[in-house]
Design a protein around this ligand. Structure first.
Ligand code: S3P
Length: 432
């Protein structure tokens, strides 16, 4: 198992161009596979998760073309191709979106599996509404876990009120709806990331977002399109926190996705007193993006509640790191979903930060964290989860000695160049 030693940082300086957004890249690939003309995007995520989506789509016979950082996916290829077992790897988005995508293709039989972590993640949330549309899906524990087998069939439309706020479930149902015989509408308990809706609208495909419901209609062939994927806000989040808590730092993050359904971390950091400044915004594929300047500052504590979670669900581990440096007690509540991610993120961050001396109490649905604490060096476990490994690496920057992050190789899931970028901004800081 790969591990890395992260040294305490003097200051962080310079600029970072975060990798292409993971959620948007997955969606460009799936929607491209519903289009004869195809969708072609540059700055496609370099992470292993989005590569898993491409491999699965290729395996079931869709046209997938890679050229530099550009990826093009279309309906072409050989859709009658018999696929072997589809391996979603570590990617929940790949597995869940594939379910919605494949369930409505008559005559196609598919088996989806994933790595050890993905096999433990809940799939019933996507399987049961799809079954209501007529999907024929079997799997472990009645279809609650991978591997799942899908016998594609013509699906009926449907109206769904979800009990979990999950953009993956919403998107799986939208993908199924585009292929179904009637419209599909989805009401979420809380608004989740709306990249699929934005992309459909950008392509000119009818999508209605009204009174908290998203409705899509059958569409046998989606129009094509071409654009650049914005930088991943969830990857930028590590640098936003790093530059905030490492004294004397200033970082510019270039071309970051600024979709408000993703940027909840910023409003909370701002309440904590963070020094953040967006540059002028522009649109890419219908998505807002801009440069973001971050300067270090001292922080007040924060309270995060259930309604705040969807817009910052992937950023909570690194927000916990920020809370260790804030003066006072921070409370993060209503985040039980974190227990169902690549690892149990509530447990993983509690254990990791405790090892570095943080005052953190694990709650069933989040944490209570008291700061500021001067963290110390030590060894922590990335738990095979990219966001845990990166969040703990950021914590290491404000420790008083080196921190060894075990299992650091998992950063390749969303941000393969994370440690190279870290080297660049610490080197700039040292030189200045
Ligand atoms: C994602 C949605 C979120 C997020 C995941 C990506 C997406 O998961 O945690 O990293 O691309 O739709 P849930 O929908 O399960 O909350």
């Amino acid at each position: 198992m790969k591990s890395i030693q992260v040294e305490p940082a003097g200051t962080l300086r310079g600029k970072i161009i975060p990798p292409g957004d993971k959620s948007i890249s997955h969606r460009a690939a799936f929607l491209g596979a519903l289009s004869s003309e195809g969708i072609s995007v540059s700055n496609y995520s370099t992470g292993a998760d989005c590569a898993s989506t491409l491999l699965c789509l290729e395996q079931v016979g869709y046209g997938v073309f890679r050229e530099g950082d550009r990826v093009t996916v279309n309906k072409g290829g050989d859709p009658s191709k018999t696929a072997g077992i589809l391996d979603a790897g570590n990617s929940g988005t790949t597995a869940r979106l594939l379910c919605g995508f494949l369930a409505g293709i008559p005559g196609r039989f598919s088996v989806i599996t994933g790595d050890e972590s993905l096999q433990k993640r809940p799939m019933a949330r996507v399987v049961s509404p799809l079954r209501t549309m007529g999907a024929r899906i079997d799997g472990c524990e009645g279809g609650s876990y991978l591997p799942l087998s899908i016998r594609g069939t013509r699906l009926a439309g449907g109206a769904f009120t979800l009990t979990v706020a999950s953009a993956q479930v919403k998107t799986a149902l939208i993908l199924a709806g585009l292929n179904a015989q009637g419209s599909v509408s989805v009401v979420e308990p809380l608004q989740t990331r709306d990249h699929t809706e934005i992309m459909l609208d950008h392509l000119g495909v009818p999508v209605r977002c009204e009174a908290g419901a998203v409705t899509v209609y059958p569409c046998s062939d989606l129009p094509g399109g071409s654009w650049r994927v914005p930088g991943d806000f969830s990857s930028a989040a590590f640098w936003i926190v790093a530059a905030t808590i490492v004294e004397g730092s200033e970082l510019v993050l270039e071309g970051v996705g600024a979709n408000p359904t993703r940027t909840g971390l910023l409003s909370h950091l701002q309440k904590m007193g963070a020094n953040l400044e967006w540059g002028p915004q522009n649109l890419a594929g219908g998505e807002k993006q801009a440069d973001l300047k971050v300067q270090s500052t001292s922080l007040k504590p924060v309270v995060v509640g259930e309604k705040d979670i969807p817009a910052m669900v992937d950023e909570l581990p690194v927000l916990a790191v920020a809370a260790t440096q804030a003066t006072g007690v921070s409370r993060i509540e209503g985040a039980r979903e974190l227990r169902f991610k690549e690892t149990d993120r509530i447990r993983a961050m509690t254990e990791g930060l405790k090892r570095l001396g943080a005052k953190i109490v694990e709650r069933d649905d989040g944490w209570e964290i008291e700061g500021p604490v001067r963290l110390h060096g030590g060894t922590v476990d990335g738990c095979g989860d990219h966001r845990i490994a990166m969040a703990l690496s950021i914590a290491a920057l404000v420790a008083d000695g080196p921190v060894t992050v075990e299992g650091s190789g998992c950063v390749e899931i969303s941000y393969p160049s994370f440690y190279e970028d870290l080297k660049t901004v610490t080197a700039c800081g040292a030189a200045s």
